[in-house]
Design a protein around this ligand. Structure first.
Ligand code: SAM
Ligand code: DTB
Ligand code: SF4
Length: 345
């Protein structure tokens, strides 16, 4: 039996964006028969977004490794034994060269990531030049630099930054099992600073970190009950890296890879409860079957990271993605396109 949920599109295709979801409602969505869940998610997807279009973003690690935070999944943490060499902040020219290559490869958004707890004020002038330079090329800009103060968020907004990525990563309950050097509330504070500065919010998390279904419910609940939904919601599948706490703990166990059906369910529930957000199928695609990725697109994922590298780990690569898109009849989304329902407002 298909559940009736409030986010069902009305005959006019108008969507109600709710921020009062309960955990019980979200758990009930996860429990739906798979085909019903996918049908519901795809119906909402079609009412709010251009079907068969997927937005392409490219990542660049502008400052790699040596991070003081202890995120258990991350090979860039100084406490990980991953053998990754710590590097200094890249110079602006090198960043702009990479952005130009990404643009040539068809990417509409360039996302720059730094292995920092937070940017230092002395780094801000270079960061601002990067934002301005990439924007001048006609690409959307995104940065992920760790925690931001309100003045730093305002500086980035003034420079024209389009998106800031800051993931809540998992449920509030599971958070402290994964990271001890900052709290879930620290993450929410930065999201508040970003939101109030006028920058679009990109926030999601990782599944496959040994969390329970209840944690996945709590994770999506935390995002869908923010005062405003993030414009982008990246759903990462853990990339288990040797030498990281989680990589070592999970790499050789059946938990190493999230069950694909459960992963698709997570994407579908994200689409249903945050109908207007872009849902990004993020890390972990390299080891995901084409069939699983196709189901994720069916479930409402409409954004991916392109290129053969994420920040430091391998990604599916442009050729594999072009072949998959051709097989599925998917085309890259043009830059600055907005969800249908937002465009209609
Ligand atoms: N240092 C900044 C921060 O943590 O906010 C920005 C960079 S950090 C690498 C960006 C995000 O990448 C993390 O929040 C996490 O969700 C994701 N990530 C990092 N390592 C990952 C892994 N091994 N597998 C999946 N996602 C990962
Ligand atoms: C996000 O949620 N996923 C991207 C982006 N935001 C910055 C990063 C994934 C990183 C995967 C591990 C790596 O390549 O270092
Ligand atoms: Fe540092 Fe970000 Fe990696 Fe955490 S996820 S260790 S904050 S780079």
């Amino acid at each position: 039996m298909t559940k009736t949920i409030k986010n069902n599109p009305s005959p006019e295709g108008e969507e109600e964006t709710r921020t009062d979801w309960t955990r019980a409602e979200i758990a009930a969505l996860f429990d739906m028969p798979f085909a019903d869940l996918l049908y519901e998610a795809q119906t909402i997807h079609r009412a709010c977004h251009r079907r068969n279009e997927v937005q392409l973003s490219t990542l660049l690690s502008i400052k790699t490794g040596g991070c003081p935070e202890d995120c258990g999944y991350c090979n860039q943490s100084a406490s990980a034994q991953s053998g990754l060499k710590a590097e200094k902040l890249m110079d602006v020219r090198g960043v702009l060269q990479s952005a130009a290559q990404a643009k040539d490869a068809g990417s509409s958004r360039f996302c720059m990531g730094a292995a920092w707890r937070n940017p230092k004020d002395r780094d801000m002038p270079a960061i601002i030049e990067m934002v301005k330079g990439v924007r001048q090329m006609g690409m959307e800009t995104c940065m992920t630099l760790g925690m931001l103060t309100k003045p730093q968020a305002d500086m980035l907004a003034d420079a024209g930054l389009d998106y800031y990525n800051h993931n809540i990563d998992t449920s509030p309950e599971h958070y402290e099992k994964v990271i001890t050097t900052r709290t879930f509330d620290d993450r929410l504070k930065t999201l508040e600073n970003v939101r109030s500065s006028g920058i679009n919010v990109c926030s999601g998390g990782i599944v496959g970190m040994g969390e329970t279904r209840e944690d996945r419910v709590g994770f999506l609940h935390a995002l869908a009950t923010l005062p405003r939904h993030p414009e982008s919601v990246p759903i990462n599948a853990l990339v288990p890296v040797k030498g990281t706490v989680l990589g070592d703990m999970l790499a050789d166990t059946p938990m190493a890879k999230i069950d694909e059906v459960e992963f698709v369910r997570t994407v579908a529930v994200a689409r249903i409860i945050m109908p207007k957000s872009m849902v990004r199928l993020s890390a972990g695609r390299e080891s995901m079957s084409e069939a699983c990725q196709a189901l994720c697109f069916m479930a409402g994922a409409n954004s991916i990271f392109t290129g053969d590298k994420l920040l430091t780990t391998p990604n599916a690569g442009d050729n594999a993605d072009a072949a998959l898109f051709a097989k599925l009849g998917i085309v890259p989304m043009e830059s600055h396109e907005t969800p249908l329902s937002v465009a209609a407002e």
